[in-house]
Design a binder for this molecule. Structure first.
Ligand code: GUN
Length: 299
């Protein structure tokens, strides 16, 4: 007989396994798209360029993972690394050159950027049709208006894919999001709304946080505070999505206290192996999408 805690523990939402399935599908799609279509004269394969400014060790790990995955799936990829002291104008000139390079389909500027850089101005410089992160105001606007063809930011988009993979009902559910960043919290709210959830967005000024999280059927934690969500804040059988990747003395820790919450929740993402791999798989999907759109324009 299996131990009792296995009977009550939440089902793991295995982002690593789902991402691997998505990678296989993307790889096959690329192979069939390219078979017979490329030649020495016309070597266009989907290409992702990742721009990294500075020495943030975590960012270096992430961008290398992104570039390596793109190559594994049959895309071209490049990581451009610049020093912490890079001036705004230089970074914008680099992006402008990528905008006009026809071999590049997706541009990702890894965030956060160093303090002297105005992030909004950098994002505004990326051509919307190469904005693989969906962060340009034009693409944010498209997302807001419900345009299904837009590349939505990779983390929230990957979370929706993960929920759908596990056949989790979103329609009519109360989804509570912790965090209102442009890259996760806000687009997560829009995507859940598009799936007919009732959405509440909580943030640093929210009062009575636990009272709100306890009402969540779907709880997305994306604030970067280790273990801010414990079992007392979670409704029994809720779906708990942990976006946090916090480096602590005790290693990688999410925004959710996994040990306690897993005995209350119905579904839960692990850290690592939950949302992170889904972000990368979605980035690959978005790159391919932009490539297909560019190819359609060229035909
Ligand atoms: N930093 C952490 N996650 C992301 C992401 O999804 N995109 C970008 N551009 N930077 C990030």
């Amino acid at each position: 007989m299996p131990p009792l805690f296995n009977e009550t523990a939440a089902t793991l939402l295995d982002g690593k396994a789902v991402a691997s399935q998505l990678h296989d599908a993307i790889q096959q799609d690329i192979q069939s798209l390219l078979s017979g279509n490329t030649s020495e004269k016309n070597p266009a394969v989907p290409k992702l360029v990742v721009v990294l400014v500075g020495d943030n060790p975590a960012s270096h790990v992430y961008v290398n993972k992104k570039a390596k995955t793109a190559k594994k799936l049959g895309m071209a990829s490049e990581v451009l690394i610049y020093p912490e002291s890079t001036p705004q104008e230089k970074l914008e000139a680099i992006i402008e050159a990528l905008n006009t390079d026809a071999s590049v389909h997706g541009i990702l500027v890894q965030l956060p950027l160093p303090k002297q850089i105005n992030t909004d101005r950098v994002i505004n410089t990326i051509a919307p049709e190469k904005d693989v992160d969906g962060l340009h105001p034009v693409n944010m606007g498209r997302l807001l208006s419900g345009d299904p063809s837009v590349c939505a930011p990779c983390t929230p988009s990957g979370i929706i894919t993960l929920l759908k993979h596990y056949n989790i009902d979103i329609s009519g559910k109360h989804a509570v999001i912790l965090g209102r960043s442009n890259i996760v919290g806000k687009p997560m709210g829009l995507l859940l709304l598009q799936e007919n959830a009732t959405v509440t967005v909580c943030h640093s000024k929210t009062q009575n946080l636990a009272e709100i999280t306890q009402k969540a059927d779907i709880l997305v934690a994306a604030v970067g505070i280790p273990k801010i969500i414990d079992a007392t804040m979670v409704k029994p059988d809720a779906v708990v999505i942990d976006v946090g990747i916090n480096r602590t003395e005790n290693g990688l820790v999410g925004d959710v206290d996994f040990e306690s919450v897993q005995s209350v929740a119905g579904f839960i993402t692990p850290v690592p192996g939950g949302v992170g791999p889904m972000t990368i798989a979605t980035l690959m999907q978005n790159t391919l999408k932009l490539y297909k759109k560019a190819a359609a324009v060229c035909l």
